[in-house]
Design a binder for this molecule. Structure first.
Ligand SMILES: Cc1ncc(C[n+]2csc(CCOP(=O)(O)OP(=O)(O)O)c2C)c(N)n1
Ligand code: SF4
Length: 470
């Protein structure tokens, strides 16, 4: 008896799947579907090649959306068509990762066309397995970019016609028009021989990926018996008789000489990043602060109030104190005078996400900012209010409120534009998150316009005096 074992690249029991389906030992794919075959080829190869622990498998939107139910690897389920963008981020931040972008034809050649073209053009370090079944399987058999001329689908019931729907897109050929990719091959699952060739192509792409040679693209013609309304056997014959003449099975490119090692440049190495951030980041931290939890700060106002530069100063001050930090600007659609806010995260450890949806502290420079973010502040958080421009009171009873007429204080000192500095200095004093002395040290180093250093330092003194009086 021949016993076909499940590759160790899969989980023994598909526990996640069993939440939705009764059996946890089989996949959700229809009988005769090519996804199962391609999954198996990948899972076996990962184990045989010792790559499982390094692999990040990117599943698409499409029938393979639940790839993470099955592959016992790192997994990320990506938004429709966006796996190459996610893969770019993974490949560029984890040097050792084996990045697999697994995509259907709707995902890769429809909604994600731009993503795949640009990732390929940049020769990103990833292996792309493009499962071309000439139809949108998951959503019930609509026409895909790769649907053949004459093929009827639920949205091309009369058969695809080039004058009406355009012709099928040949993605391996599109890839071949780009200089980036190092390996491009089209394979087919129509016969056992085709499956064996696909097996080789999968391994070749994974070898390239494990050696960090660059971008590999394997298009796999794959049956969708259910979407095609055929039996599994009929679907194989149709692939051989129809699909393969439209999509010739061949190797388009194999740059065996592509250098090993991570040929891609990092976006910024540490040194360049430090230069960009400015002199501040090149300094040894003055003290090493610790925070018991990540602190999200939202500084909000209208364009021109300096909320972005206040955010940068806060981030620089945090770096100066040995903390990790991120700064994320958000602008309204207007060029000037629109809404603007800066999200700053301070942490004792690497920051997971720069997004601040639920701030621990809100620095509201004007009324609309308080209106927009008051309710987002965590209970027990701090709300700092520019009472020069905000006449209403904070309605929340579960937050700490500190009001200060920061615009008036800045104007009285002769520099209205420095209201942001007064606000930031008051935040430092009120929260204790960064030292006021740190702020004073950072201002001369961070400000490009040296003429403004003196007045901004005076504004910190103004804030100290005000805080002392309160
Ligand atoms: C942004 C977005 N648009 C559309 C959809 C609906 N949708 C889900 S899967 C799919 C097509 C999948 O087809 P394909 O990539 O060929 O994969 P298959 O299911 O055939 O394996 C579409 C259009 C979606 N989920 N999200
Ligand atoms: S609909 Fe088609 S692609 Fe989706 S699981 Fe079924 S056979 Fe496979």
């Amino acid at each position: 008896m021949v016993k076909h074992a499940k590759p160790k690249g899969f989980y023994d029991v598909f526990e996640r799947k069993s939440q939705d389906f009764p059996a946890g030992e089989t996949t959700h794919y229809c009988p005769g579907c090519g996804h199962g075959t391609v999954h198996k080829l990948i899972a076996e190869a990962l184990v045989d090649m010792g790559l499982q622990d390094r692999t990040i498998f990117l599943s698409p939107v499409g029938c393979a959306v639940f790839g993470y139910y099955y592959f016992d690897t790192g997994n990320i389920q990506c938004a429709h068509g966006r796996a190459p963008a996610v893969g770019t981020g993974v490949a560029r931040s984890l040097d050792d990762a084996v990045v697999i972008s697994y995509q259907g034809d709707g995902d890769l050649a429809g909604i994600g066309t731009a993503e795949i073209v640009h990732a390929a053009n940049r020769n990103e370090n990833m292996a792309v397995f493009f499962v071309n079944n000439a139809i949108y399987g998951m959503t019930g058999g609509q026409m895909a970019p790769t649907t053949l001329l004459g093929q009827s689908t639920t949205t091309s019931p009369l058969g695809r016609k080039s004058e009406r729907e355009g012709g099928p897109i040949h993605m391996a050929e599109v890839m071949s028009a780009l200089e980036g990719p190092i390996y491009i091959e089209r394979c087919t699952l129509s016969s056992p021989a085709g499956v064996m060739k696909t097996r080789k192509a999968v391994r070749k792409a994974l070898t390239n990926q494990s050696e960090k040679r660059g971008f590999s693209f394997v298009e796999i013609l794959s049956p969708c018996p259910v979407g095609w309304k055929m039996t599994p056997v009929q679907s194989r014959s149709w692939m051989a008789s129809s699909m393969e003449s439209v999509f010739p099975v061949k190797r388009f490119r194999d740059e065996e000489a592509a250098p090993k090692g991570n040929g891609r440049l990092p976006f910024l190495d540490d040194g360049a990043l430090r230069d960009l951030v400015g002199a501040v980041a090149n300094e040894v931290p003055t003290k090493v602060s610790t925070l018991s939890q990540d602190l999200g700060v939202k500084i909000a106002g209208f364009g021109g109030q300096g909320v972005m530069s206040a955010g940068i100063l806060l981030a620089n001050a945090a770096i100066h104190e040995g903390l990790h930090t991120t700064w994320l600007p958000s602008y309204g659609p207007e060029m000037r005078g629109g809404k603007a806010n800066a999200s700053v995260v301070l942490s004792s450890d690497a920051v997971g996400s720069p997004v601040v949806d639920v701030p621990q502290a809100l620095l509201a420079m004007n009324g609309p900012s308080l209106d927009a973010f008051e309710n987002h502040v965590v209970p027990g958080g701090l709300v700092m209010v520019n009472s020069s421009l905000i006449s209403r009171k904070v309605e929340r009873r579960d937050v700490r409120v500190f009001e200060a007429p920061v615009s008036d204080l800045a104007a009285e000192a002769g520099f209205l534009k420095g209201a942001n500095i007064v606000m930031l200095a008051l935040f430092a004093l009120e929260s204790g998150v960064i030292g006021i002395q740190t702020l004073k040290e950072i201002i001369p180093k961070s400000m490009k316009n040296k003429d403004l250093v003196e007045i901004n330092l005076r504004l910190v003194d103004v804030a100290e005096e005000f805080h002392g009086r309160e």
